[in-house]
Design a protein around this ligand. Structure first.
Ligand code: PEP
Ligand code: MG
Length: 747
């Protein structure tokens, strides 16, 4: 950039800052700014378009176009050249605008006489706010320097828009972050909550976009980048990193050491921006460019660069995660993503969680489930929109979050919460009653658990023990392998809380979707059918043995129940079982008390085990059907793949026929049988499972009430005959016949 344009742009920015520093109404400021830009760039037209809603832009100020068109001229995202700039986030520069593809003629503005057009986005870190346009009569393309100068001005406008400098009448000039926005994502955990936003990582606020002294600013940015490089190098030096973390950090390091990045920021500073504004300008530009890239890998890198820019901004502004803000009452956590340990740290304080990313099977979702915190995932762009303290409604059932909702929405939402609370009250009145059907059959309802956070539910839910304790959660939420004594203490606390009720501890079930942060991940083509669960336990028995020792010590002589995950054949079970005996023997010889009784069971999660030889049924103490995995292998439908997951119904006749065979085999061999997949917690599915003869159902604590309420309403033998009749008539799914029958049953 030449010296002249450099000083021009600095001069322009200084004048711009003076306008912004003078008290004035939003409209007046915008008018002055368009005049100022037009004047200093020697263009006939300068216009500012702002978004009035996410799809529509509105002309908010102009120098050179007809004043009557201000607040009248509007265009859709993508429409015309202005709409194109807004949609792509990239500048459009043309000497002959009317000849451009997509040019839209707007007679009300008198635009046809202007031939050249330069439009640049007004955007702040990926948040599109509007478009800044300059136009001239003569047919000339604007120079690189001119484009750059307009971009720098647009950056300052973006910062000031964000700070509410142009707030005024009309939707497009409404103060930022004030309007209601609805985010449609997916369900992470059901439930509804009303509260106020608590940002996991609050946005950095830049209040000084323009700076007078480039030398000082350049010193600041160099120093901050230096600090950033050191911090990334430190992170990389940690030895607990897995391959993936390392790759991400390597990418960070590459960006942090990129000369181009620093050089561009220094140029921005030379043009008159402060160090902070320069970081944001480059962050926005890279985002806009990369958002055009369909490649997932590059998009991930976009996130990396974004993270890095945020770190740099935090170094520059001194605004850490802790901004000194106090957490509001009924906090709803809003974040791009969050790890299970961090979520657990917040604990039950949170009323809800809304994430931009995440997945149903993610560890954060598992924790949210354990804590019964409603959670919405895939709420795109919520971290850009939400501010700390904003009112927010989380509808985990629908996977929707309403930010700054209208009163009507809030009212109907509160009705929904009240209804749920009423139902909850009804369920808690059943807490101490058995799940006894009208015809006198008693089903044992137990709970699934895995975290200390689950323990209060043992008493609160009315569960008759823990049918599945997923021990891997304790491994997943840590940064390093837990120690034996630590685990022994924890398991002992679980047993204490159970007060003599049975707790089925399932040994470590890792692999597949559960990858320990501190273990080398295996690149397997198909991890769900790969080296997981008991397969890992038997091949590398160190951890399994340590866990068994911890369990035996935790029992302190009390009865103990151990369950092995993902057993597919008898040999695996007998091998796992002999590890138990070996450890019992060892603990005994070390003088530790051994459990007075020990039950050793297997999870039936693959069809093969249902066809195991008689000897298996003779030796196993109990079987628990892991319906989540069993269904995925029965139907060959990945449980993590939304597209196929819901395609096959648990009440599909073939699946129930299969369960019936398992029930028969267990009956004939006198083997205790339970079911502990998610389906056990869905009332109608639970009814079908009970009707098929499964006497123990283990589910999330929150499901016990609804399942019990339904079971107590029905005659189980009748439900079974509805199933049998429908099967005999050739129904391929029992959901409808059962639902129809249920609607005829008294409440
Ligand atoms: C199952 O597969 O049904 C089960 C209970 O185990 P997990 O969901 O932990 O794989
Ligand atoms: Mg499983």
């Amino acid at each position: 950039m030449g010296d002249r344009s450099e000083s021009d742009s600095r001069k322009l920015l200084r004048r711009l800052r003076d306008v912004l520093a003078t008290p004035a109404k939003g409209q007046e400021r915008l008018d002055r700014i368009t005049h100022l830009i037009g004047d200093s760039m020697k263009t006939e037209v300068c216009s500012i378009y702002l978004f009035r809603d996410p799809e529509t832009l509105e002309l908010c100020a102009t120098e050179g176009l007809k004043q009557e068109s201000v607040h009248q001229t509007r265009m859709k995202l993508g429409e015309g050249l202005v709409g194109r700039v807004a949609r792509t986030g990239l500048p459009v520069n043309t000497a002959n605008a009317p000849a451009e593809k997509g040019f839209r003629y707007m007679p009300e503005t008198g635009e046809e006489i202007f031939s050249s057009f330069l439009g640049v986005p007004i955007q702040r870190v990926g948040e599109k706010l509007g478009v800044l346009v300059v136009q001239s009569k003569d047919a000339r393309a604007y120079s690189e320097d001119e484009i750059y100068a307009v971009e720098v001005v647009a950056m300052v406008l973006a910062e000031m828009t964000e700070l509410g400098a142009f707030a005024g009448d009309g939707s497009a000039m409404g103060t930022r972050h004030k309007q209601p926005v609805t985010f449609r994502g997916s369900t992470g955990q059901e439930g509804a909550a009303e509260g106020r936003v608590w940002l996991h990582e609050p946005r950095v606020v830049v209040t000084n976009p323009v700076a007078d002294d480039p030398l000082t600013e350049i010193d600041r940015i160099r120093e901050a980048v230096g600090e950033l490089r050191v911090s990334v190098d430190d992170l990389l030096a940690a030895d607990s990193l897995d391959k993936e973390q390392k790759q991400v950090l390597e990418a960070y390091r590459m960006f942090a050491h990129s000369r181009g990045w620093l050089r561009r920021m220094e140029e921005d500073i030379q043009a008159g921006l402060s160090a902070e504004a320069a970081v944001e300008k480059e962050q926005s530009a890279t985002r806009a460019r990369l958002e055009q890239v369909p490649d997932a890998y590059l998009r991930d890198r976009l996130h990396d660069l974004d993270d890095l820019s945020n770190r740099l901004l935090r170094i520059l502004t001194g605004q850490g995660k802790d901004t000194g803000a106090t957490m509001p009452e009924n906090p709803i956590l809003v974040a791009r993503n969050i790890g299970p340990a961090e979520l657990l740290e917040y604990g039950r304080k949170l009323k809800g969680v809304v994430l931009e990313e995440g997945s149903v099977g993610s560890h954060a979702a598992i924790v949210a489930r354990a804590l019964s915190i409603p959670m919405v995932i895939h709420a795109e762009r919520i971290t850009t929109e939400a501010l700390n303290g904003d009112v927010i409604l989380v509808d985990g059932d629908q996977g929707v979050a309403h930010l700054r909702p209208e009163d009507t929405i809030t009212r109907s939402f509160r009705d929904k919460i009240a209804m749920q609370a009423q139902a909850q009250e009804r369920y808690s009145s059943l807490r101490d009653l058995p799940a006894e059907t009208r015809d006198g059959q008693v089903i044992s309802l137990q709970m699934n658990a895995g975290l200390m956070a689950d323990l209060p539910s043992l008493v609160g839910s009315g569960a008759e023990g823990v049918g599945l304790f997923r021990t891997e959660l304790q491994f997943l939420i840590r940064n390093q392998m837990p120690k034996r004594d630590e685990l022994a203490k924890l398991y002992a606390r679980v047993l204490d809380a159970a007060r003599g009720q049975r707790v089925a501890f399932r040994t470590l079930d890792i692999g597949s979707d559960k990858v320990l942060p501190y273990m080398k991940p295996n690149d397997e083509p198909n991890p769900a059918m790969g080296w997981r669960a008991i397969r890992v336990g038997l091949d590398k028995p160190g951890v399994l043995r340590m866990q068994l020792q911890a369990l035996i010590r935790a029992a302190k002589g009390r009865p103990l129940t151990v369950m092995f995950p993902f057993i597919t054949e008898i040999a695996e079970f007998t091998a796992a079982r002999s590890h138990v005996f070996r450890e019992l023997h060892r603990e005994n010889s070390l003088g530790h008390p051994v459990p007075e009784r020990i039950e050793i069971g297997a999870m039936l999660e693959t069809p093969s085990l249902a066809f195991a030889p008689q000897a298996f049924f003779d030796v196993v103490d109990f079987i628990s059907i892991g319906g989540n995995d069993l269904k995925q292998f029965f139907f060959a439908a990945d449980r993590e793949n939304e597209r196929v997951r819901k395609r096959y119904d648990t009440l599909n006749t073939s699946f129930l026929n299969f369960l019936e065979q398992i029930v028969e085999r267990c009956k004939s061999t006198n083997t205790k049988l339970s079911f502990c997949g998610e389906d056990a917690g869905r009332p109608l599915d639970a009814l079908a499972l009970a009707a098929m003869g499964i006497p123990i159902l283990s589910m999330r604590p929150a499901s016990i009430g609804p399942v019990k309420a339904l079971l107590r309403r029905v005659d189980l033998a009748q439900a079974r005959s509805v199933i049998d009749r429908a099967r005999a008539e050739g129904a391929d799914c029992l959901r409808q016949p059962l639902t129809d029958w249920l609607s005829t049953q008294p409440e």
